[in-house]
Design a protein around this ligand. Structure first.
Ligand code: XBP
Ligand code: MG
Length: 235
């Protein structure tokens, strides 16, 4: 039987990527960089997971040499800290709601005795801000395990973050379900052996999500028992 649901955060619990994008651009302005990522740019840039890694990939694409490139690479930690400050402030003010059906599924799973967990590329600070703003001050405590950010060296699509979440839950992959929104997240979860539900957003449009065990526009109307029965049908 299914004993845990492991949720991705960005794109899955909430459609946060526009807030991330705006925070990146604001951080670039504050550091007097002439960078401005459009929504189309950002959809492409999302193929690199992790904010620091995303900026690094962007800098690589600028084709700069020597000291100019080195100076920008050295600026990444400061840019990312600034971006995190801006993002958490916006999210803490209630700037990003949960996606439809998320809270109902969390409630339903808990009522059925299923544990909740998180496997995310983003930082703990960002997750704390989102869960407190959307689920209240005790929102974070509802998750038995939060695996995130730099706790693993290889971010999604590598399986490491889902493997870490499973290890911390003390479960084999057969006992859990992953909930995702993106191709990188789907690859990560499936590479860790997880049965995966995918609910795409604007940001995952155009990516191939056909490998998902269950693909649906949102979690709305999806009860825990129905989900668990699909993932682990009774013998
Ligand atoms: C989300 C990400 C994150 C956010 C930015 O991927 O890739 O990098 O865009 O967060 P997933 P940070 O939903 O697959 O976990 O800047 O904190 O990295
Ligand atoms: Mg995601």
């Amino acid at each position: 039987s299914i004993e845990a649901l492991i949720f991705d955060v960005d794109g899955t619990l909430a459609d946060t990527e526009e807030a991330h994008r705006v925070a990146f651009n604001e951080a670039f302005r504050k550091h007097r960089l002439p960078w401005d990522w459009s929504r189309e740019d950002y959809r492409e840039l999302l193929k690199t997971t992790g904010g620091k890694e995303r900026m690094s990939a962007y800098i690589d694409g600028l084709g700069l040499r020597g000291s100019e490139r080195a100076w920008l690479v050295e600026l990444i930690p400061a840019l990312h800290a600034e971006k995190t400050r801006l993002y958490t402030t916006f999210v803490a003010e209630g700037g990003v709601p949960l996606r439809p059906g998320v809270e109902a599924l969390l409630d339903d799973a808990e009522a059925a005795g299923c544990r909740l967990a998180i496997a995310s590329t983003t930082s703990a600070a960002n997750i704390d801000a989102l869960l407190a703003a959307t689920l209240g001050p005790r929102g974070l405590d509802r998750f038995a395990v939060i695996a995130c950010g730099d706790q693993v060296r290889r971010k999604k699509p590598a399986p490491d973050i889902y493997k870490l979440a499973l290890a911390n839950l003390g479960l084999e992959a057969e006992r859990a379900i992953a909930v995702e929104d993106s191709a990188n997240g789907l690859r990560s979860a499936q590479a860790a052996g997880l049965w995966t539900v995918v609910t795409p957003t604007f940001w995952s449009e155009g990516s191939d999500l056909s490998a998902a065990e269950l693909l649906r526009p949102s979690l709305e109307g999806l009860g825990f028992e129905a989900l668990a029965a699909q993932a682990a049908p009774p013998p």
